[in-house]
Design a protein around this ligand. Structure first.
Ligand SMILES: O=c1ccn([C@@H]2O[C@H](COP(=O)(O)OP(=O)(O)O)[C@@H](O)[C@H]2O)c(=O)[nH]1
Ligand SMILES: O=C(O)[C@@H](COP(=O)(O)O)O[C@H]1O[C@H](CO)[C@@H](O)[C@H](O)[C@H]1O
Length: 332
């Protein structure tokens, strides 16, 4: 069509394209993973490995997930030294179910009590650093469905084999279950509609990340304790930007883990999540405007639209390395 500018959709910034080519590996099933070699690499490195599941009201899914991970990676192949569920203000039986399945369980309110407690996933992840001892820490959501035991070695692979890598994100296809039907790539709605456009706009070097908000990732403690943890759902995008700044693109990697299914939230809840992601990004982007910290959404009550404004402002915890109690704990 005359006058239409052909946009080469394959054009990604050279550094992002090179990163995507060099730092994306695949571990889409257990068959694709040499667990014995990883165990050997772990023993050679002398690293301890912690797996952390932040969980708020996940009694329906956390038990099977923990039982699978414990059987496979604590008992059968001792890749994991501690499997910890961080109970994040649950009001159901998450803690009891997780403990019965073999996890150690800590409540966010019981960790670093001198620093109080805040709501949100980021708080659970920040406190998990003070509740675990692993040199390498793997984070998995507690609402994952299906067999995901290969996620753990998949995420650990780059950390155990490449000393340059400090942080690894999982990537996957994300089918979205809506009632009885499945939308093949319908999941990751906040990623597709908010995080990806923002990151591409402001940090184009991160354009190669397939799932920048994915809840499955792993990192070296020496890196994780140097960055802030955003208190709520901004934690993933905050970690990605801050770890890019800390170690550069060469310190980051991603692993194709195949497919990810989880229990999804409502669009309204994801709207608040998107607000927190935006607040986190704006706090990191040079900007002459102070974010409002508010999000107004609308419901239709049959006669008219009804506005509902929620606070999406986020605060954050400091790098754990700056916390005296944590340093004393490490010093033993
Ligand atoms: O205040 C919170 C909110 C969420 N989560 C956990 O963080 C993970 C991801 O949260 P959620 O499933 O709500 O997000 P989604 O995957 O739907 O984006 C799950 O294991 C939640 O139980 C948490 O520990 N504390
Ligand atoms: O990627 C996304 O868009 C959101 C929502 O996913 P769905 O549309 O519910 O599949 O899920 C992720 O985002 C959260 C915020 O970073 C993470 O905390 C979740 O672990 C992750 O599932």
């Amino acid at each position: 069509m005359p006058g239409t500018r052909l946009v080469d959709s394959g054009r990604v910034r050279p550094d992002a394209r090179a990163w995507f080519a060099d730092r994306t590996t695949s571990a889409t099933s257990l068959a694709a993973i040499d667990a014995a070699a990883l165990l050997q690499a772990k023993r050679r490195s002398g690293d301890r490995i912690s797996v952390v599941l932040p969980a708020r009201n996940e009694e329906a899914t956390v038990g099977r997930l923990v039982a699978d991970l414990h059987a496979r990676w604590v008992r059968e192949v001792p890749l994991v030294d501690e499997l910890v569920v961080v109970d994040s203000d649950s009001t159901d039986r998450t803690a009891a179910v997780a403990r019965a399945a073999g996890a150690d369980v800590v409540a966010t309110t019981d960790v670093l009590p001198g620093h109080g407690t805040r709501r949100g996933k980021g708080e659970a992840l920040w406190k998990s650093l003070a509740a675990t001892t692993g040199d390498l820490v793997v984070f998995l959501d507690a609402d994952l469905l299906g067999d995901v035991s290969h996620y753990v070695p998949g995420l650990l692979g780059p950390l155990l084999t490449d000393p340059q890598v400090d942080y690894v994100k999982g990537c996957y296809t994300r089918p979205l279950e809506v009632g009885d039907s499945v939308v093949p790539a319908g999941g990751g709605r906040v990623t597709e509609l908010t995080a990806r456009p923002l990151l591409n706009a402001l940090w184009p070097e991160l354009a190669g990340f397939v799932q920048p908000l994915g809840g499955e990732y792993a990192g070296r403690r020496t890196a994780l304790e140097q960055v802030p943890f955003v208190s709520a759902y901004g934690v993933e995008v905050g970690l990605l930007i801050d770890l890019l700044r800390l170690g550069g693109l060469g310190s980051l990697a991603q692993v194709d883990l195949g497919e990810r299914r989880h229990t999804s939230q409502s669009v309204e809840a994801l709207g608040e999540m998107a607000g927190q992601v935006v607040a986190t990004v704006l706090a990191r982007a040079a900007s002459d405007r102070e974010p409002s910290g508010l999000l107004t959404q609308f419901r239709h009550d049959g006669a008219a639209f009804v506005p509902r404004t929620s606070a999406v402002a986020v605060d954050e915890r400091p790098p754990m390395a700056d916390v005296p109690e944590y340093r004393e704990q490490l010093a033993g």
